[in-house]
Write a protein that binds this ligand. Structure first.
Ligand SMILES: Cc1ncc(COP(=O)(O)O)c(C=O)c1O
Length: 387
């Protein structure tokens, strides 16, 4: 339980009632970070989620994009329903060619999946099916790690640094002869934080000489100039780096299930030798993704609207004495002062769906960015919850 002690700042920030709580100064007091890699997450998702049968006024619990799908995607999907008797292989090939052109790689460097979850899991299966270990930050998004553990691998969790960025040196030091895969989530979920993009690229070059590095860029497009920040150009340079993107976030197509990953030809082949790629994809989703991928103005609009909702939410919760981890994504997370159960009940009773976490056994609320109207509802409900 050593890591609990290290996180004393959480206590400070949560117990510091009344004023704006300071962001922790001592998370770095990771004095023993180097000596132990955790194998159990310090984050637990709490089961106080909305009953799907109950209508919500604001659904802010799954980092969905309230502005999607784009009009163009909706049109393309509607027009393709009657093609549902056909497999979508030709559309998959076309979408792959568009992605390849944009990312500066060959079609052979791309694999599509029904959401990036599918690709995270398939990569874990391909690399960890004979055991070994996988390295990631903690807290982080654990789909890939959980699959790796489920099929017999172990997990080396390297705590995030004080500024909530990945401890890249710690992750490098964690590599051993049994390491099969490293997972980097940038920006990271559930913290909403980023790790310096140039440093991640340097890390990828070094680490991938020893073991494949998976960079999950699900939220990258919410940043300005995402192409400069992506690790994807490392693939064209031949590094054993796998970059995943999704149509679930900025494209607003979470329920339509499309994602892709970019990796060396050999790496893609090592996965597709085991499992099929495009067989999991619907022709409607492919048509929608093709339309959305080319709809730059929709992407720019979503980025701007997300930023506006984020700024409003941040200012509003500061006024109530909360302090979020600075977010670069379509959600933000902050420690709460009530207990998690009564907090989420109060929010749900007011029609607001959010996600609750225990981090080092302290309650946190993660709220996804909705429309401005939805964020007003969230803040109003938060005031009532506080009262
Ligand atoms: C960091 C990260 N990666 C991947 C995913 C999976 O998204 P999808 O399977 O919808 O592409 C999510 C979903 O929330 C996420 O937060």
């Amino acid at each position: 339980m050593k890591h609990l002690n290290r996180r004393t700042w959480l206590k400070t920030s949560i117990l510091g009632l009344g004023g704006i709580t300071a962001l922790p100064a001592t998370l770095s007091a990771l004095e023993d970070r180097k000596s132990k890699w955790l194998s159990k997450s310090m984050v637990k998702e709490l089961p106080f989620n909305a009953d799907p049968a109950v209508a919500m006024k604001a659904r802010l619990l799954a980092n969905e994009n309230p502005f999607g799908p784009s009009e163009n995607a909706i049109k393309a999907i509607s027009n393709s329903i009657s093609m549902g008797n056909r497999y979508g292989h030709a559309d998959a090939a076309y979408l792959i060619s568009l992605i390849a052109e944009k990312e500066g790689v060959k079609p052979e460097n791309i694999m599509l999946g029904p959401g990036s979850t599918d690709l995270l899991e398939k990569t874990a299966i391909s690399l960890c099916r004979k055991g070994g270990n996988v390295i990631s930050a903690d807290p982080s998004y654990l789909s890939l790690v959980n699959t790796a553990i489920a099929i017999g691998a172990s997990w080396k969790a390297v705590p995030l640094k004080e500024d909530q960025s990945h401890d890249l040196n710690g992750m490098l030091a964690a590599i051993d002869s049994d390491t099969k895969l490293i997972y980097v989530c940038n920006p990271n979920n559930p913290m909403g934080s980023i790790t310096d993009f140039d440093q991640v690229k340097t890390f990828c070059k070094q680490a991938s000489m020893k073991t494949p590095v998976f960079v999950d860029e699900a939220y990258l497009e919410f940043l300005d100039n995402p192409e400069e920040k992506s690790a994807v150009n490392l693939v064209a340079e031949g590094h054993d780096v796998i970059v995943a993107r999704t149509f679930s976030k900025i494209h607003g197509m979470a329920g339509l299930r499309i994602g892709y990953m970019v990796a060396t030809e050999e790496r893609i082949k090592s996965v597709t030798d085991l499992v099929r790629s495009t067989m999991g994809l619907c022709i409607t989703s492919l048509k929608g993704a093709i339309a959305s991928f080319q709809d730059e103005s929709f992407i720019a609009k979503c980025r701007d609207l997300n930023k506006a909702s984020r700024e409003f939410t941040s200012e509003s919760i500061h006024a109530l004495g909360y302090q979020e981890i600075p977010s670069y994504t379509s959600f933000m997370i902050f420690p709460i002062r009530n207990d998690a159960k009564s907090f989420s009940k109060s929010m749900l009773d007011q029609g607001i769906g959010i996600r609750m976490y225990a981090i080092d056994e302290k309650p946190w609320c993660r709220v996804s960015m909705g429309t401005m109207d939805e964020m007003h509802l969230f803040v109003d409900a938060l005031k009532v919850t506080e009262a």
